[in-house]
Write a protein that binds this ligand. Structure first.
Ligand SMILES: [Zn+2]
Length: 314
């Protein structure tokens, strides 16, 4: 059968047309794919290096202030040493762009941010302060202003999405124990709603510190803690690591925990979503340990805290 020439011409034209369309559209398509591909590869590479991660926000509490003072010992006042370590830590963090930080106070008083937060949230903070818990007593009665400042600091850090809260302290002991007692301890609270993260940080700090500092024999836990804690943790192991479990205002206490539980108990499930911040309180050493009069030692303490944060948070 002879195919009419007009059909052959039409078919030939169609093949040419398809070829032209393919050739002209192919390069464009190709470049688009290439661009998309290379961008996603770039994002992957960046996230591996951590370049597109958000900065880690550290809240540094230089324990006490010149009015509340904290302890005193042969090497000086606690609030002064706490502040010196806090400044060294701030200086270390400032050199690393992956971190941001804020310090609770200057030499003498809490920062204006914290004081302003306390004023604008006075009602809720006072409700926490006045919360009663059966069988629990506030161990160290403070003035209502001191309570307000301490809860303000903790909730300021929570509300402003800080990633980690470190409270720096030094310990004291009766003179007759000076020769026997020295070393650090790390305190975490089972009433902190980010207890697991807090505990991981406490273990890391303990590991970094035991390379150079003795573990304090003064670790002790609150007598009344949730029973579930002792199913998970062994007292002897905690003692060897220098970790104490305690209810304390700045890292989360039983009064605040109860306040939020009561407030939201009518709305089951919501309690899990109450915000919190992984928090650790460090008792760096004792105020009779002369090594802490040395600037280099305080710098080393700060550096070990910085390294612990790198270990856990980056
Ligand atoms: Zn203290």
């Amino acid at each position: 059968m002879k195919v009419p020439s007009y059909i052959l011409i039409s078919l030939f034209s169609l093949v040419i047309l398809v070829a032209i369309i393919s050739i002209s559209s192919f390069p464009e398509k190709y470049f688009n794919l290439d661009t998309i591909g290379s961008t996603s590869k770039k994002i992957q590479a960046m996230s591996k290096r951590g370049e597109n991660k958000k900065t880690i926000k550290i809240f540094i509490d230089a324990g006490h202030n010149s009015r509340t003072t904290g302890g005193f010992g042969p090497i000086g006042a606690e609030h002064t040493l706490n502040y010196e370590v806090a400044l060294h830590l701030a200086q270390r963090l400032a050199k690393d762009k992956r971190f941001e930080y804020e310090i609770s106070r200057d030499v003498s008083n809490y920062s204006t941010n914290i004081l302003a937060f306390g004023i604008s949230n006075k009602q809720i903070l006072n409700s926490i302060i006045t919360t009663k818990v059966a069988g629990e007593k506030r161990s160290n009665p403070l003035s209502s202003k001191q309570y307000l400042d301490m809860y303000s600091m903790r909730h300021y850090a929570i509300d402003n999405n800080f990633d980690f809260f470190i409270s720096i302290h030094f310990d004291t002991v009766d003179k007759k124990y000076y020769k026997k007692v020295q070393g650090f301890q790390v305190i975490v609270s089972p009433y902190n709603r980010k207890f697991d993260e807090s505990f991981e940080m406490a273990e890391t700090i303990s590991k970094r510190f035991t390379e150079f500092y003795p573990v304090s024999r003064g670790t002790r836990h609150d007598k009344k803690l949730p029973e579930s804690i002792w199913k998970k943790y062994d007292k002897n192991t905690l003692h060897l690591k220098g970790i104490s479990l305690r209810s304390l205002i700045v890292i989360g206490d039983v009064f605040e925990y109860t306040y939020f539980n009561d407030r939201y108990s009518s709305n089951k499930g919501f309690i899990e979503t109450i915000e919190d911040i992984p928090s650790v309180l460090l008792e760096t050493g004792y105020l009779h340990e002369s090594k802490f009069t040395n600037e280099a030692t305080l710098k080393d303490v700060a550096n070990r805290l910085y390294l612990s944060m790198c270990d856990v948070l980056l």
